[in-house]
Design a protein around this ligand. Sequence first.
Ligand code: CP
Ligand code: NVA
Length: 317
Amino acid sequence: MSIAGVTERGMAMDDFISLSKCSSQDVRAILDHASAIKANPAAHAGNLVGKNIILLFEKPSLRTRVAFEVGVSKLGGHAIYFDHSAQLIGERESVRDYAKNLERWVDAIVARTFSHETIVELAEHAQVPVVNALSKAEHPCQALADLMTMEEHLGSLQGKTLAYVGDGNNVCHALALGCAHMGVNLRIITPAGYDCGDCVVRHAQGVASENGLGAEIETSEDVGYVEGADAVYTDVWTSMGDTETTDDRRRAFEAYRIDEALMARAANGALFMHCLPAKRGVEVTDAVIDSKSSVVYDQAENRMHTQNALLSLLLSK
Ligand code: CP
Ligand code: NVA
């Protein structure tokens, strides 16, 4: 095989739709491969030669789109961007027919959709790998970059503690599963009515007990639970597609803003993390996001390295 450093690792999964469908070994392999690509990009410049990847986006994007487009190009492949904001996937023709056409031309499908089911259906019908670039349910590519960033700054992930403060949304779901895979303790701190759901928590706890890495996945409504955490993470209070509830959310989340006083309750030198885009002054203050502890742009950079690793591994099978 021509893909540098990939053949001996292999990967059990065919698609990357949810971290609930990955093994902890797969996640470890992606993170290791991402570090190798970041450290020596020249050695991987041929990983995707001759590969065409289509990017289907129903929602806006900066990081995910650019990281995939530039990343694929750096590995010698070609990315094609399709703007699906005016007409959702499945409206012009069935998702099945769409997938059956695409698989005749492209080597992988990357999709950002409103409905998680659209991505699941694409994967059901396409014989090429399908990657979730964010759905209502999960943002697994983001969690990979977050884990890589934590490991770069904190060292070994096992036993570290991350506090996620804010909306129990797609980013939170992916983090819960990703942390469980890597043995990171996660405290999910959300206001009443905006929790991340028992199902995700139970699933993440199941992953943790299966891999024996000891991650504790806990929930609370008390922001004080950031006490002693190695990193504090937040996301927007209103995700794409949730804008009708923006005013209610502003009221519900008011006490959950990350400011310097809250960061001071975490461990000394705790990292501040955010998937971006951020609403400055809303879920996080300028003083925190611009502080020395903030690793938000490292997270953004690592989107590219982890996605490159993921595509290299998926397409080397
Ligand atoms: N974090 C993230 O996915 O950013 P974009 O929405 O800009 O892609
Ligand atoms: N939770 C956010 C993440 C954006 C990257 C959203 O879905 O809009």
